[in-house]
Design a protein around this ligand. Structure first.
Ligand code: SF4
Length: 265
């Protein structure tokens, strides 16, 4: 049995694929999105940090270890605890991160053992991985939640610190082999929501004849405290999230181009 580093396990998740799901978060990510909502996931190792809990005016220091080594058997036993909810809601397990393909052997075994137990499997990925892992690991999943952020490579390098070439090529390949994909686009004001980026994404998806679902993910400031605890710079704490009307306008750009899009409420 393989083992890997898991940094969280969320039960009763309803935004990470169909039905009620357990989401397993694997540690480590090769990208550096400046808006990352899980900054604790980026480093591949377990890490102990100091935290402060405020009760009234008093601050109580504590320590917290992010990440835990687990065997695939231990993870699958956790997943199986909620099997009844998956069966009743057509749910299952979602492997997220970080970037779950940073631990490809562990992920592959988790997918295989989940499938042997008839659990529906989803992988939430940035798509930044070697083609061999796309072919021998990601393509095993029943559903792929594939993040698409910026089409302009210079902007991708500026805001995500890596080229997007591999991401676009892998997406094209998965679409060609008819993998079950939902595209997820984080709507980060002034970065991914620009007119040019939205029309570039639409052009790219039309060119590859993408006919699946596209989910727009609104920006939320949920990670501010995490950045403080990790002593990391939060570059997006001043950004204002888009309102519903603005999100609807972006959705209509996709639907007018014949693509099937919605935003997550
Ligand atoms: S791909 Fe996801 S986990 Fe990785 S840096 Fe970007 S937002 Fe964070």
């Amino acid at each position: 049995m393989k083992s890997g580093i898991v940094f969280d396990l969320k039960r009763f998740a309803i935004h990470d694929g169909p039905g009620i799901r357990t989401t397993v978060f694997l540690k480590g990510c090769p990208l550096r999105c400046i808006w990352c909502h899980n900054p604790e996931s980026i480093s591949p190792e377990c890490k102990t940090i100091k935290t402060h809990t405020m009760i009234g005016k008093n601050s109580f220091p504590a320590e917290k270890t992010i990440g835990k080594e687990m065997s695939s058997e231990e993870v699958v036993l956790e997943i199986l605890k909620d099997r009844i909810f998956y069966e009743e809601s057509d749910g299952g397990v979602t492997f997220s991160g970080g970037e779950p393909l940073m631990q490809p052997d562990f992920l592959r075994e988790l997918l295989q053992v989940s499938k042997e137990n008839n659990i529906h499997t989803t992988v939430d990925t940035s798509g930044f991985a070697a083609m061999e892992f796309i072919e021998n690991t990601l393509s095993i999943a029943d559903l792929i939640l594939y993040d698409l952020k910026l089409i302009d490579d210079d902007l991708h390098r500026k805001y995500i610190k890596m080229s997007n070439k591999k991401i676009l090529k892998n997406l094209q390949h998965l679409n060609d082999i008819k993998a079950n994909i939902i595209i997820r686009i984080p709507i980060i004001p002034q970065i991914t929501d620009t007119k040019k980026n939205i029309s570039d994404i639409i052009r790219f998806l039309r060119k590859m004849h993408f006919s699946g679902r596209i989910d727009l993910l609104p920006f939320h400031k949920t990670a501010n405290q995490k950045y403080k605890n990790l002593k990391m710079i939060n570059y997006v704490d001043k950004i204002k999230a888009k309102d519903e009307n603005e999100l609807k306008k972006i959705v209509s750009q996709f639907t007018e181009a014949g693509l099937c899009a919605k935003y997550e409420g």
